[in-house]
Design a protein around this ligand. Structure first.
Ligand SMILES: C[S@@+](CC[C@H](N)C(=O)[O-])C[C@H]1O[C@@H](n2cnc3c(N)ncnc32)[C@H](O)[C@@H]1O
Length: 282
């Protein structure tokens, strides 16, 4: 007999998986909310959307306390009822970007998967829009949370271990949705697993690459290894470019662009805080 799964309406952060403290329960999420944990868009020492986000997190915490636990699938099946606008905007933006590459041959990849929300979105979107095509979603993560910090990451090492995922639960969900053949998981440090993949499969090409590790070394590795393997018209998309909270990702991208002029055109993802940058191969 299956166990009944109940969930609290704590949800994710306003902008999706990557923002907010994954280890914090609902009340500590509110306490942690005031600055850095809430939003990554900073200006002049202030955080854009911080007050709005803080209010939203507080309100939904009250809602959660009033309504109590809900049955998991009842929430999942009515997800637009519960998802925040910023969270929804992020996933719609990712959907639009992926759809703009459906006519481009090559595989899809996500770097930095955490629990797998964006990975599963990408795989399910391919099921909807390209059910007969050969595209596979390649997933790269240690599933152990943030590690491998560089000087360019500033004080990010204080977040070591944050965004720890569950490899086993991801496999169960892939089985539940029959996505085992649609997703290829490369478990381990990207700095090792990506060069190993390229060595094993020198022919491999990509049409859509989503970068969400937040950190310098892995982002630089992705650009070095995959920029030559993205097909014309394809995209490399960044979740944290130009965010003061996670400087390493932006520094790696800017260094690449300064050293490789004219290979990609730069696009701003529309109607969303994150992702923050898309590079389209010329
Ligand atoms: C912000 S979370 C990803 C969120 C996810 N993309 C989503 O939308 O829900 C960052 C992830 O990057 C992974 N990560 C960071 N650096 C890595 C590295 N060098 N190699 C492998 N995984 C890494 C962490 O384990 C973590 O799961």
């Amino acid at each position: 007999m299956r166990k009944t799964v109940r969930c609290r309406l704590e949800g994710d952060s306003p902008t999706g998986g990557a923002v907010g403290d994954p280890d914090a329960g609902p009340s500590s999420a509110v306490e942690a909310a005031p600055l850095g944990a809430v939003s990554r868009l900073w200006h002049h020492g202030r955080v854009k959307f911080a007050a709005e986000d803080q209010n939203y997190l507080k309100q939904r915490e009250l809602f959660s306390a009033e309504t109590g636990p809900r049955e998991l699938w009842g929430v999942v099946d009515h997800w637009p009822l519960y998802a925040g606008v910023a969270n929804l905007a992020r996933y719609l933006s990712i959907s639009d970007l992926l759809r703009s590459t459906l006519g481009v041959p090559g595989h899809v990849a996500e770097f930095g998967t955490w629990r797998g929300a964006t990975l599963m979105l990408l795989a399910k979107l391919l099921r909807i829009h390209d059910p007969s095509g050969p595209k596979v979603v390649h997933c790269f993560d240690t599933f152990e949370g943030l590690s491998a910090f560089a000087d360019e990451d500033g004080d990010a090492s204080k977040d070591a271990g944050r965004y720890r995922g569950s490899y086993e639960e991801l496999l169960e969900l892939m089985t539940l949705y029959d996505l085992g053949d649609d997703i290829d998981i490369h478990r381990g440090l990207i700095e090792d697993s990506l060069p190993a993949l390229i060595e094993r499969r020198p022919e491999i090409s990509f049409s859509f690459v989503y970068c969400d590790t937040d950190l310098y070394d892995s982002t630089a590795t992705i650009l070095r290894e995959l920029a030559p393997r993205v097909v014309a018209g394809g995209l490399i998309v960044f979740d944290e470019w130009n965010t003061e909270r996670w400087p390493g990702e932006g520094i790696a991208v800017n260094e690449y662009l300064n050293e490789n002029v004219g290979i990609f055109t730069v696009e701003a993802p529309l109607h969303t805080r994150q992702p923050t940058l898309a590079l389209r191969k010329r």
